[in-house]
Design a binder for this molecule. Structure first.
Ligand code: MRU
Length: 343
């Protein structure tokens, strides 16, 4: 289930706003439309938007390749700025754009038309590496999952949030593929319902036993002893191990701690912001409150009521049992062990 891929000269994106009732794939060649697809959450999930932005930069270069070199670089700056302005929290977006910018800088002696092919290769590499990182994370993380475990997950950190396979769901997938008899509780994840619409769909499609619950049921399921571990993805991890992820992750982490349940975060090193010292510095995206006042286009709140819609929260590192990366599993103290991943 690849949500983002390049085919026949076009970027293809599965429309994740329509899943699971409609499966629609759109084609893109215009970087402005690609930026809009990120804003509109046609494509979402930290690694997937990074991959998408990489191709966005490539399409920008393709459009401006016949401009004089100085104009080309001015235009490419605008392309990168537009793509970077789409969503503020997931660091993978900025990481991927920076990789594309670094390639341009390293090849500044080349003509724009030559650069286009090099940028395409880099975008392809970002995409391919993401899949490999997910598979490696799966292998490392599966060792933490025991036969018979029931895991709770929040939001969608699956194939649909990456180039393929997934981070948190990649670990679950790898444990399932290894023959472990496991099952999953998926939080519906208000207000955008990534858990109900995407995680439930993905796991069901793969034949992994999944039970959908509303977000406010998680604590009670823990109290009843029905949950052995929590596993989620991340949008940005600070150098001290604080984790920004979908709104509601913080509450789940507090509940897990109160019940003595391990809380695992699965994320590639492209999600680690090594320069950011703590989660306090992470910019939290505020989204349109219509996501709260309306469900499936139907109004559920009174006209004019005050609302707030932070799309992410930050789980303090003290609540995180371990971080699963493609390079291995990292344990506290994170401020000492996370920087080692950079080596
Ligand atoms: O707003 P979204 O759907 O882009 O948020 C996605 C999440 O919070 C995921 O948990 C995170 O990006 C990890 S995905 C591998």
């Amino acid at each position: 289930m690849k949500p983002v891929y390049f085919e026949e000269g076009k970027l293809r994106l599965i429309d994740q706003t329509k899943l699971p009732t409609e499966f629609i794939v759109y084609s893109y060649t215009d970087y402005r439309e690609i930026a809009k697809a990120i804003v509109d959450m046609i494509v979402r999930g930290a690694p997937a938007i990074g991959v998408t932005a990489g191709y966005g930069v490539y399409f920008g270069a393709l459009e401006y390749q016949n401009e004089p070199k100085d104009v080309f670089y001015v235009k490419m700056k605008e392309v990168c700025e537009l793509l970077a302005s789409t969503r503020p929290t997931a660091v993978n977006l900025f990481w991927a754009i920076k990789r594309m910018e670094d390639v341009m800088a390293a090849n500044a002696d080349k003509e724009p038309a030559e650069l286009v092919a090099i940028l395409k290769q880099e975008a392809d590499a970002i995409c391919a590496e993401d899949i490999q990182m997910c598979r490696d994370m799966g292998k490392h993380g599966a060792e933490l999952i025991h036969e018979g475990d029931t895991l709770l997950t929040h939001c969608n950190a699956g194939a649909l949030a990456t180039a393929d396979y997934g981070t948190a769901l990649g670990v679950i997938r790898a444990a399932h593929e290894a023959g472990k008899n496991i099952s999953v509780y998926a939080d519906e994840t208000r207000p955008f319902l990534q858990g109900a619409r995407l995680t439930a769909y993905e796991l069901q499609t793969d034949g992994i036993p999944v039970t959908l619950i509303t977000d406010n049921m998680a604590g009670w399921m823990m109290k009843l002893g029905k949950i052995d571990g929590v596993i989620v993805g991340a949008d940005r991890i600070a150098a001290n191990g604080d984790v920004a992820n979908k709104i509601g992750t913080y509450s789940v982490s507090v509940l897990a701690k109160a019940h003595g349940i391990p809380m695992y975060v699965a994320a590639p090193t492209s999600t680690i912001d090594f320069e950011m010292q703590s989660g306090d510095e992470i910019v939290i995206e505020q989204r349109d409150c219509r996501e709260i006042s309306h469900i499936g286009g139907v109004q559920v709140a009174p006209d004019g009521v005050n609302m707030e819609n932070p799309a992410f929260d930050v789980t303090p590192h003290q609540n995180v049992t371990a971080i699963i990366t493609e390079k291995g599993v990292v344990y506290p103290p994170y401020d000492l062990n996370i920087p080692k991943l950079k080596e």
